[in-house]
Design a binder for this molecule. Structure first.
Ligand SMILES: [Zn+2]
Length: 439
């Protein structure tokens, strides 16, 4: 069966970005069977079912390169006592208490809620980083089931940390990596690591060994706060990136999340080892940890992608946050107009391709059919030359109407088809206060 998404403005992205007014995309199975002018595609696929996309703009589904599904139930939670005054206190008072309190059902619901939000925002691929030391064994299977039920793609890992009994976390990763192997295009596995300052050399060596044998990358927070850098200098006499490289954590398939407090030599090593960096501007602002030297990293040739760090699942909003933050931080209204969209549209696509072995992030014949279809009637001419202006100032506020992943329609006319949103939210509202009491 072939479905034609027709009469929309198709923005293909990819190496040969085309903007096709009155364009159509033919989807067959999990892939795109054709892209082009609507009348041409109707002739080519006369028996196809048609879905009208008039008044809409079609983009490849968005990719989030760093998320924490498990953070969902923190929303609206209050913690008694003085507010945390720095990053380490935020971890100790909030996240390291919350992750311990999660039950199996909390984990499943905590994944389903952001998965609904991903579909609502046209996000079809996510790299998630999970922690639940109170319910560790099998936790990645629970998330996998939620992701498969939702219908999007996800790379999953468990956060190993010496603050907990590290062995259990290592085992959960080992088990899941072995089960997943190189992945099936929908689910991929990585070795999850918390951060340099919570991991001994011995634990890191064990984890890197497992990742190497299975040919998967490591997903780790790097120099998010100055405390991580200071810890590496004090305990190991070298900065964070150097320590991680020395222990074999760097590499083409690895994700270094944040990289706020790194120096020029560390940037050079990130580039030399072809390690991907993931920038999370909203989270960095929320935790008041500092500003990633994004423009410098890009200038040196680093592959920097974009994530939400569990703050949200809306990638266009995250992109605009990066755009605004780096203009302000550099006090320069000439920068970030090209760079912020590049993180989301090109670099996340490259990062996802390394994880899934698929060409994600472009609409092209033979490529996976992952689409975000937004309500958008451009108020000014829209061409390949001014697309970024529409993206940053218009599409960022456009509502996603239809989301397609692996050729399946997951949301149509703004109704989520793959999950029962009402039931899931109601159950989550019921369970969250019980979890809060266990903190
Ligand atoms: Zn994170």
């Amino acid at each position: 069966m072939i479905t034609l998404f027709e009469n929309g403005i198709v923005v293909t992205l990819g190496t040969n970005n085309k903007i096709i007014w009155g364009g159509s995309i033919a989807v067959e199975g999990e892939n795109v069977a054709g892209v082009g002018d609507t009348s041409a595609l109707r002739k080519r696929f006369p028996k196809a079912d048609a879905i009208d996309c008039a008044g809409k703009l079609v983009l490849p589904g968005f990719i989030c390169s760093h998320h924490h599904f498990y953070s969902t139930m923190a929303r609206g939670m209050s913690i008694p006592g003085q507010p945390a005054s720095n990053f380490v206190e935020i971890l100790e008072r909030l996240w390291w208490r919350l992750d311990r309190a999660l039950s199996d059902e909390d984990i499943a619901l905590s994944a389903q809620i952001p998965l609904i939000e991903c579909i609502r925002n046209g996000t079809t691929t996510v790299m998630d980083h999970h922690a639940s030391p109170g319910a560790r064994e099998g936790s990645l299977d629970l998330i996998e089931a939620a992701v498969r039920g939702a219908g999007i793609r996800a790379s999953l890992c468990y956060e190993v940390s010496d603050r907990n009994e590290a062995g259990g976390g290592i085992e959960e990763n080992r088990r899941f990596i072995r089960k997943t192997g190189q992945g099936d295009g929908q689910i991929a596995a990585m070795m999850g690591l918390h951060a340099s300052f919570t991991l001994s050399d011995q634990t890191l060596e064990k984890c890197v060994g497992i990742a190497r044998d299975a040919e998967v990358g490591c997903h780790i927070h790097v120099a998010e706060d100055a405390a991580d850098r200071e810890d590496a200098m004090k305990k190991h006499g070298i900065p964070t990136v150097m320590r991680l490289e020395k222990l074999g954590v760097s590499g083409r398939k690895s994700l270094f999340i944040h990289c706020v407090h790194i120096d020029k030599d560390e940037m050079d090593r990130i580039v030399a080892t072809d390690t991907a960096v993931v920038h999370n501007p909203e989270s960095n602002m929320n935790n008041a940890v500092g500003v990633t030297p994004l423009l410098e990293l890009l200038k040196k040739g680093a592959l920097v992608g974009l994530g939400t760090d569990g703050m949200a699942s809306d990638m266009l909003a995250q992109m605009r946050c990066a755009y605004l933050l780096h203009r302000l931080a550099n006090r320069d209204p000439r920068v970030a107009f090209v760079e912020a969209p590049q993180l989301l549209l090109q670099n996340n696509s490259e990062i996802a391709s390394r994880q899934f072995g698929l060409r994600l992030g472009a609409i092209a014949e033979g490529h996976p059919a992952d689409l975000a279809i937004l309500d958008y009637r451009p108020p000014t001419p829209l061409t390949g030359d001014n697309f970024l202006g529409h993206l940053i100032f218009g599409l960022v506020d456009a509502v996603v109407d239809t989301t397609v992943c692996r050729g399946k329609i997951l949301m149509q006319d703004k109704k989520i088809l793959s999950l029962d949103e009402e039931r899931i939210s109601a159950r989550s509202r019921e369970l969250a206060p019980r979890m809060w009491k266990r903190l």
